[in-house]
Design a protein around this ligand. Structure first.
Ligand code: ZN
Length: 136
């Protein structure tokens, strides 16, 4: 894995979350994007070299809605940039990690994404992401 691509933070209300993180980071969000297949609306902040993704549930039974119900607002996942997501998924499977997706899927911000089950990753939901225009 190359680097941390972003940190995902679950919020109950995206507008309130945007206000809070704009004050905290001293910079406005640069994009809002809905990923209907995941039941989520996201916004992105750039803080120096780092990226923060806020996630709001748009459906009652999606992964963010379930997370908020169980744990409340807070850090939801850590995303790592990879060059070849399929190869990285194979490597992790061989190492015994359980993946939440069989195949990479289209995520926010022009990325192919896949998730590693937190039970097998020390309690951390890990996202792999590959730029879509970087497909081999
Ligand atoms: Zn993410």
């Amino acid at each position: 894995m190359k680097k941390i691509e972003h940190i995902g933070i679950a919020v109950k209300d995206l507008e309130a979350g945007n206000d809070l993180y704009e004050k905290l980071l001293g910079v406005a969000h640069y994009k809002i994007e809905e990923v209907a297949s995941e039941g989520v609306r996201t916004s992105f902040f750039q803080s120096g070299p780092n990226k923060i993704e806020l996630l709001e549930a748009t459906t009652e039974d999606g992964p963010i809605a379930k997370f908020l119900e169980k744990k409340g607002e807070g850090i939801h996942h850590i995303a790592f940039a990879v060059d070849n997501i399929v190869e990285e998924m194979e490597r992790l499977k061989k190492e015994g990690f359980i993946l939440l997706n069989e195949k990479p899927k289209k995520g926010a911000d022009n990325k192919l994404v896949a998730f590693v089950h937190p039970k097998t990753a020390g309690g951390v939901l890990v996202e792999l992401c590959q730029e879509i225009n970087n497909l081999q």
